[in-house]
Design a protein around this ligand. Structure first.
Ligand SMILES: CC(=O)N[C@H]1[C@@H](OP(=O)(O)OP(=O)(O)OC[C@H]2O[C@@H](n3ccc(=O)[nH]c3=O)[C@H](O)[C@@H]2O)O[C@H](CO)[C@@H](O)[C@@H]1O
Ligand SMILES: C=C(OP(=O)(O)O)C(=O)O
Length: 435
């Protein structure tokens, strides 16, 4: 696959678009197949780089993988090659994506040992793993870190349930600790647990495999350990970050778009956050219909002060959609303060939007004020480099709305999380090609 997109912007798009299966759910669910020697069949797996890399890693662990059809796979981890976890290859491959971190919990629970190179993922600021290891240590594991090799090790003769108060509601951290605790002895309670839909999906799947987890959807999970888990089937939710991105795309390009099968009940505050920017959207059955809008006007707070959109752990607004909100705000009527609280390097891509003519003041690494142009002056096409997965998609949306030609380089970052994005955008009328 080549490394850039060429886009001719300024066209209205129209039609239907179906979101892919959720990337971040897939990364959790795929790691969970390591918890049983039985078959686990998973549907709606997105065909994206990060997920395919994790499937390859599972194969390297000698997990049997059968592709039944598009997005439909069966996994069987009955003869796991545990030695691979200490190999040079795993040190290299495990470091390529963030999701590999969730191999730790299942391995520790099933084999009493686990190792991990510092995982990859977006370079969006510091991404510490302390919460993960705090949880494992509280369950009885010994932890060490080889600074020179940036390699984490865990060992446990047995894991014992406990009350664990997490210092932060880490998404992958909670998933990891849950996957260790399901096979621990006795009762574990995890307080300040992350509770986003993908984690709920993981817990529900584990329960279908024979685990005993209650409190799903809340920030207090109670897990009664069991001796063994068995096989199951699971279907991934649609990707909420993609859904939010298509809402933003429709608004920026004044397009009439229907987003199909969005699982509305799991979208939390996402639809209303876009509505606060003045974007009209309608729930139609389980679809979202966005009419073509000539402009959209940002709401103010009740006291008349400027709207702030900030991220927070679920059920707050996901940090993964703030780049999209920011780009959409550039063409709104009114001003918005974007406050990215979790990550410190996720807003730097605004310099590219400023090059395109957007009115943005980067106040500090966490905050940017956007003064919307009310669709009166379009952005100008330019050449840019995608710095991270979500900023990459935000720039793509900017380019689709902009006048003239844009080139986005380093699109591996976009392919990491969005399936066949160019083809799907062409299907609704976008002028985009891979070069
Ligand atoms: C593979 C995967 O699923 N990646 C997602 C996962 O990453 P990941 O699980 O790595 O992110 P965490 O939830 O651990 O935390 C993200 C960042 O927010 C900070 N933090 C977290 C919780 C909190 O209450 N306060 C706080 O400041 C952390 O220190 C960290 O810097 O969740 C992130 C937060 O939704 C998303 O951006 C990532 O797309
Ligand atoms: C930050 C993200 O991904 P990762 O955690 O895989 O780097 C993301 O999905 O927005």
């Amino acid at each position: 696959m080549s490394g850039a997109f060429e886009i001719r912007g300024g066209k209205r798009l129209s039609g239907e678009i179906t979101p892919q299966g959720a990337k971040n759910e897939a990364l959790q669910i795929l790691c969970a197949v390591l918890l049983t020697e039985d078959e686990v069949r998973i549907n709606n797996i997105p065909d994206i780089k990060d997920v395919n890399k994790l499937i390859e890693i599972l194969q390297d662990f000698n997990v049997k993988v059968i592709k039944n059809g598009k997005g439909d796979y069966t996994f069987k981890a009955d003869e796991v090659n545990f030695d691979y976890i200490k190999s040079k290859e795993f040190k290299k491959d495990g470091a390529k994506l963030r999701g590999s971190v969730m191999i730790l919990g299942p391995m520790l629970a099933r084999f009493g040992e686990a190792y991990l190179p510092t995982p990859g993922g977006d370079k969006i600021g510091r991404r510490r793993l302390d919460t993960h290891f705090q949880g494992f240590v509280e369950l009885g594991a010994e932890f060490s870190y080889d600074e020179e090799e940036a390699f984490y090790s865990l060992r446990a003769k047995e894991l014992n349930g406990k009350f664990i108060l997490l210092e932060e509601a880490s998404v992958t951290g909670t998933a990891n600790i849950v996957m260790a605790a399901v096979l621990a002895k006795g009762k574990t309670r995890i307080y300040n647990a992350a509770c986003e839909p993908y984690l709920q999906q993981l817990c529900k799947m584990l329960n279908r495999m024979g685990a005993n987890i209650s409190g799903i959807g809340s920030n207090l999970l109670t897990i009664e350990g069991v001796d063994k888990l068995h096989g199951t089937e699971h279907t991934m939710l649609p990707d909420m970050v993609e859904i939010g991105s298509w809402i933003g795309l429709a608004a920026m390009t004044k397009s009439e778009i229907t987003i199909k099968n969005v699982n509305w009940n799991q979208l939390g505050v996402i639809p209303n956050t876009f509505r606060k920017l003045g974007i009209e959207l309608e729930q139609r059955g389980d679809d979202i219909y966005i009419p073509s809008q000539e402009n959209y006007k940002v709401q103010k707070f009740i006291d008349g002060s400027i709207l702030t959109v900030s991220d927070a752990p679920w059920p707050g607004f996901t940090p993964d959609l703030l780049s999209i909100i920011l780009v959409v705000a550039t063409q709104a009527k009114g001003s918005v303060l974007i406050h990215q609280k979790m990550f410190e390097s996720r807003l730097f891509f605004v310099d590219k939007l400023i090059d395109m003519g957007a009115q943005i003041i980067l106040c500090d690494p966490h905050r940017a004020t956007v003064i919307g142009m009310n669709q009166e002056t379009p952005l100008r096409g330019t050449t840019m480099i995608s710095p991270d997965i979500r900023a990459g998609n935000a720039l793509l949306i900017a380019a689709l709305s902009a006048e003239g030609k844009s080139v986005i380089q380093n699109i591996e970052q976009i392919d990491r999380g969005y399936e066949n994005i160019d083809e799907r955008l062409r299907a609704i009328g976008a002028d985009i090609r891979r070069i």
